[in-house]
Design a protein around this ligand. Structure first.
Ligand SMILES: Cc1cc2nc3c(=O)[nH]c(=O)nc-3n(C[C@H](O)[C@H](O)[C@H](O)COP(=O)(O)OP(=O)(O)OC[C@H]3O[C@@H](n4cnc5c(N)ncnc54)[C@H](O)[C@@H]3O)c2cc1C
Length: 202
């Protein structure tokens, strides 16, 4: 016997948690189930940058305050080899570790009324007007927010899409005068970062 939910959202990352908030904003009494294979706080490979438009979306969902305590950044610097460009951005951005940001967001979704369950989804099938997930959860509205390797997409809408891999390298903010593993000093004498693990072409 499967549990019946108004909305099931697979994946409680930014997409899933925002979707839960949006549903509950429209229908405060909706029974919304958020499923995630991870327990929060959890990290995610990411540059952790939040564009101003992200803040606009968070504001529209009533959770703009989750960036509180983090410094808004106005200056952007791009470097390649010996070239560096730097300028002020029209609107500030934030850099918040996903371990923090995603946790705050999912907590807001739960506060708004979503039910968060730790569950790794393996399969989904259509059954009449409903979708049944792992023979355990049944809903008429399924939102797939389970990331780049979506199990839901593979189950319900398989494609031969392209695959990619990505990696990240945190950048030290207080480097030595010379960056270990690189040819010389940072290209910009005032720059405060080295990227020893970066390779040409990355
Ligand atoms: C190296 C790198 C740098 C990036 N830098 C930035 C950046 O600076 N700024 C920016 O805006 N974006 C950045 N991105 C993109 C950003 O990470 C993604 O766009 C964002 O994470 C997508 O959010 P999401 O909620 O759709 O998916 P995710 O954040 O991937 O969340 C998916 C969730 O689904 C869960 N899940 C997955 N499979 C299952 C399953 N079978 N059952 C249950 N749960 C499941 C996962 O545990 C996860 O919590 C970067 C990406 C990479 C790879």
């Amino acid at each position: 016997m499967s549990e019946e939910w108004d909305v099931v959202i697979v994946g409680a990352g930014p997409a899933g948690s925002s979707a839960a908030l949006a549903v509950l904003q429209e229908q405060p009494n909706a029974r919304v189930l958020l499923l995630d294979r991870a327990t929060f706080p959890r990290d995610k490979s990411c540059g952790d940058g939040l564009a101003p438009q992200v803040i606009d979306v968070l504001d529209s969902l009533g959770v703009g305050a989750i960036v509180d305590g983090w410094t808004p950044l106005r200056e952007l610097e791009l470097s390649r080899g010996s070239r560096t460009v730097r300028g002020l951005m029209a609107r500030p951005v934030y850099v918040i570790p996903r371990e923090v940001f995603d946790t705050r967001l999912v907590e807001r979704a739960v506060s708004a009324g979503a039910h968060l369950a730790h569950h790794r989804v393996r399969d989904a099938r259509v059954d009449g007007a409903s979708v049944v997930i792992d023979e355990q959860f049944r809903t008429r509205a399924l939102i797939s927010a389970d990331g780049a390797h979506s199990v839901i997409r593979a189950s319900l809408a398989p494609t031969q899409g392209r695959r990619a891999i990505a990696a990240r390298q945190p950048v030290a903010r207080t480097p030595p005068a010379r960056c270990p593993g690189t040819a010389g000093t940072p290209s910009n004498p005032t720059a405060t970062s080295c990227m020893p693990a970066m390779r040409p072409g990355w």
